[in-house]
Ligand binder design. Structure first.
Ligand code: NAP
Length: 313
């Protein structure tokens, strides 16, 4: 397969990059000083694209690659890929479901604990020597809090199962009520928020779920409520989130993702009720290797005319 041209869109994982380099004719898009010239020269030899949650196959890129057969995505989220254009052009699409579910759900619970128990502030308190001057103030209990989940998919369900172990009553919002769970269903995000102490965003990012957490939802969550976002930044109207936090209309937030990564609103930096992470929910050695193996396995299956491991389109 070493003659097959594979275009990797940005640096994402060293193991994946090395394995792609060993097995295919790998082009590193981000190293090209002039990407238009590069495409004019090499488009005809590129049969696969590897993207992630930062860089995906846009309609323009798909149109510029006449021999493109497959987009093998190094992420479960598909929001950076123009799926409609892929379908129109007969381009297959794969992602990395399941292998990252545990890590993302673990981190969601970690954020809940970190925000309510002020774990990051406690750590700073010890390191700064402030403990020698007095005890840290009291924080808020997590066990038993009402956890509401937007999107009861693979990750949403894994968050729900973990929250249950903390005796948290779980409820959710999805486009439809799930027949196979006993969790309480609410027919709107605002209704879910007004019945939750902690609201978790775990749905796919689509035009319908962009800004699914808006001012109405934040106000419904209220001054004691906590928002956890381990989905995608654009799920949340970030300007509204910032003002809700700054004005004390929201109790706190644990955020792994942001609207304009890696830009994070600086108004959040001074807030003690906020925990900010650099989009690392699936970022463990183990999971990134499993994700890379899925990307490679899908490409090899496709180019050996075998069934794709995790097909989306
Ligand atoms: P999944 O199993 O496909 O679940 C997606 C969920 O989104 C489904 O439950 C679906 O529910 C819901 N959904 C879709 N459209 C909706 C809408 N209009 N309104 C409400 N809910 C809607 O995917 P997953 O594996 O759990 O991953 C979920 C998302 O997590 C990914 O798309 C990705 O953006 C994000 N993620 C983030 C990280 C990170 O590093 N922070 C890592 C991995 C994944 P219904 O079909 O029942 O409506």
């Amino acid at each position: 397969m070493d003659a097959i041209g594979v275009l990797m869109l940005c640096p994402m994982n060293n193991y994946l990059e090395q394995e792609l380099d060993k097995r295919f004719n790998l082009f590193r898009y981000w190293t090209q000083p002039n990407q238009t010239e590069f495409l004019a020269q090499h488009a005809d030899s590129i049969r696969a694209v590897v993207g992630n949650s930062t860089a995906g196959a846009s309609a323009d890129l798909i149109d510029a690659l006449p021999k493109l057969e497959i987009v093998s995505n190094f992420s479960v989220g598909l929001d950076k890929i123009d799926l409609t254009r892929c379908k129109e052009k007969g381009v297959r699409v794969t992602n990395t479901p399941d292998v990252l579910t545990d890590d993302v759900a673990d981190l969601a619970i970690g954020l809940m604990l970190a925000v309510l128990r002020r774990i990051c502030q406690c750590d700073k308190y010890v390191r700064s020597g402030a403990w020698k001057l007095g005890d840290f103030r009291l924080t808020t209990k997590f066990s038993g809090k009402r956890v509401g989940i937007i999107g009861l998919g693979r990750i949403g369900l894994a968050v729900a199962e973990r929250a249950e172990a903390f005796d948290c009553p779980v409820s959710y919002y999805s486009r439809s009520k799930k027949a196979d769970t006993n969790y309480t269903y609410y027919g709107s995000v605002a209704e879910l928020a007004s019945n939750s102490d902690v609201l978790v965003v775990a749905c796919a990012l689509t035009p319908e779920t962009t800004h699914v957490v808006n001012r109405e939802v934040l106000d419904a969550l209220g001054p004691k409520g906590v928002l956890i976002n381990i989905g995608r930044g654009p799920h949340v109207d970030e300007a509204e989130l910032v003002s809700a936090l700054v004005e004390g209309r929201l109790g706190g937030a644990g955020l792994d993702v942001f609207e304009k990564e890696p830009q994070v609103p600086e108004e959040l930096f001074g807030l003690e009720n906020v925990v900010l992470l650099p989009h690392v929910a699936s970022g463990t050695e183990e999971t990134r290797i499993a994700m890379a193996d899925l990307v490679l396995g899908n490409l090899e299956a496709h180019f050996s005319s075998k069934a794709l491991l995790t097909p989306v389109v």
